[in-house]
Write a new protein. Sequence first.
Length: 216
Amino acid sequence: MAPDPAHHLQEIYDSLFSTYGPQHWWPAKSRFEVILGAILTQNTNWKNVERAIANLREADLLKYENLREVPSQRLAELVRPSGYFNIKAERLHAFCRFLQREYKGNLRKMFREKTEDLREKLLSVKGIGPETADSILLYAAKRPVFVVDAYTRRVLSRHGLCRETASYEEIQALFMENLDGDVQMFNEYHALFVQVGKLHCTPKPRCAECPLSDVG
């Protein structure tokens, strides 16, 4: 563990932001679309999600009122590009049922919930785990909650900031306890981890070209 994790985390952020700049994440035209994207991106890459979202947009299903009524088989076909399409169609409908049951289908009402309470409720929805719930909280609800993914774990473990076997909660706490709870920074930081994970901190790392090669 680094002697000063707060300084180390800030160094990593500054280096990544200086190299890659703003990531403009999450790309969506509405908060409901962000939520759908967070569910569809499970176990796939964003290019595939974009194709599924485009299908939903063409079918006018990026609205709660329309999505909840579409037959599951039809929805599965539309989200096929995202993989595991039958499962993901059911998860999208599960979220719609949750939204109706808890908030009468009103996203604004949902977003008025306290962060801890909303997170707990989101985790009760079938198919929504910590990463998806936190993506909804950060990118749709604009709450200062750090999203942990495989790229985050890989970068941090290689820089001695966490164990490879650290839990989601342990890694998340590292950010929440050592950085100011700033929504914009958490937004950028997560997206920057994705960028460096794709380009440099790959399973077979390209350390010589990595902007973090001299950090820490």
